[in-house]
Design a protein around this ligand. Structure first.
Ligand code: ZN
Length: 83
């Protein structure tokens, strides 16, 4: 029987430009990778136009990863635009 492990990952605690390792198998998951080779998006939750949560599935180990912390990214983008 194969069970999925569920992880919660806070983007605020991730360094870099959006890439992060899978908490279980360590494969690099990149938001720019749209090939669905390493991961698949299961669910997108948003409030208005604001992304709140992304649920992805690691294709390598089958882990389900909940991504949170998009609020900060939004703020950062707004801040950058003011410069
Ligand atoms: Zn994995």
């Amino acid at each position: 029987m194969r069970t999925s492990t569920v992880f919660k990952l806070d983007l605020k605690k991730i360094d870099g430009e959006g890439d992060f390792p899978c908490p279980k198998c360590g494969v690099t998951i990149s938001p720019d990778d749209v090939s669905e080779e390493t991961y698949r998006i299961l669910e997108v939750k948003s409030r208005g136009e604001r992304l709140e949560r992304l649920v992805i599935l690691c294709n390598k180990c089958g882990s389900i990863i909940h991504l949170v912390g998009f609020e900060l990214l939004d703020e950062y983008e707004e801040f950058s635009a003011d410069l």
